[in-house]
Design a binder for this molecule. Structure first.
Ligand SMILES: [Zn+2]
Length: 316
């Protein structure tokens, strides 16, 4: 069973992706207990690598036996309750943070534009039109209008106006904490956790304008470097096949990112494009031990390949 379970991965890198660890339908103590059992199993069956060690090994092709990289997207605040568990099992983790969400938790002048773009992207209130120096922007009227509003702001980044526009749309209601703040991320980094970028506003980069694409990637890199330290790794928001393209990849490379992760289910090797590293995503719901194990072992990879071959056979 064990050799069959790992037959797929052999000497390739298995990168798993978590988003959440706690679920409304179950008590926290059960979620924590499950994570400990998952960590114990991973520790027993894999060679866990840090982000730097994993990317170095991919580059040189010198991967250890059953190499594993654990990644967590979105830097949700609940991470602070599970980071110790990974550390206890000596499993390094890499977190990909959406910098606009982190900036919202710890607002300052340096992140004003990132916060504004993030608020525009995630505005869910009634339709509103706001006058700016370069024309009016409309929020709450759909994705197209929102994209136009962000582009107009990015085309004319006058600091004196940004504050007023942000005040006009930011919700004044207190909201539950979602993302880690900069100091929380810096604390995680000091404890050995790797921190990479995940865009400014969690937008689909492949569908973004060139101006927005450049901003999302360059500002992610700038803010990360300024708040928690330089990183050359990125994870695409959403990460499926329609969320990256030749232009997103070339922009990442131009802005200094050397590695980028997807949610496309597969294992990685020396031959994998370093700006398109596949990951095995864990679903955002409680999982049985058996489901976790077969997912990590690559059940989703087989499923995806079967679906692809069925599709190509159907077209012949
Ligand atoms: Zn995400």
């Amino acid at each position: 069973m064990r050799s069959q379970l790992f037959g797929l991965a052999r000497d390739k890198l298995t990168t798993i992706l978590f988003h959440r660890f706690f679920f409304a339908e179950e008590p926290d103590v059960r979620s924590l207990d499950r994570l400990k059992r998952q960590c114990e199993w991973l520790r027993r069956h894999f060679t866990a690598l840090s982000l730097d060690a994993a990317t170095d090994a991919l580059q040189t092709g010198r991967l250890p036996n059953r190499p594993l990289l654990i990644t967590i997207d979105d830097a949700k605040v609940e991470l602070l309750r599970v980071a110790d568990i990974f550390a206890e099992f000596e499993l390094p983790i890499a977190i990909f943070a959406c910098v606009g969400w982190c900036a919202k938790e710890s607002p300052d002048q340096d992140s004003l534009l990132a916060r504004l773009v993030n608020e525009l992207e995630w505005y869910r209130g009634p339709v509103r039109t706001i006058k700016t120096r370069k024309g009016s922007i409309t929020v709450g009227a759909g994705a197209l209008e929102t994209a136009k509003a962000v582009d107009l702001i990015l085309a004319d980044r006058d600091g004196s106006e940004l504050e007023a526009v942000l005040a006009g749309i930011a919700d004044s209601f207190s909201h539950p904490r979602i993302s880690c703040s900069w100091s929380e991320l810096a604390g995680l980094k000091a404890s050995g956790v790797a921190i990479g970028g995940h865009s400014v506003s969690h937008v689909n980069l492949a569908a973004a304008s060139q101006l927005r694409l450049e901003f999302e990637i360059s500002e992610t890199r700038r803010l990360l470097e300024s708040k928690v330290g330089r990183s050359d790794s990125f994870a695409y928001p959403y990460g499926m096949s329609n969320t990256f393209s030749a232009s997103t990849t070339s922009q990442l490379s131009k802005q200094g990112f050397r590695y980028a992760f997807l949610t496309h289910s597969d294992f990685a090797s020396h031959r994998t494009n370093p700006l398109q590293i596949p990951r095995i995503a864990m679903p955002d719901r409680p999982m049985s031990k058996a489901e976790f194990q077969i997912r990590v072992a690559g059940a989703g990879v087989i499923y995806r390949k079967l679906k692809q071959s069925k599709f190509s056979l159907g077209r012949q």
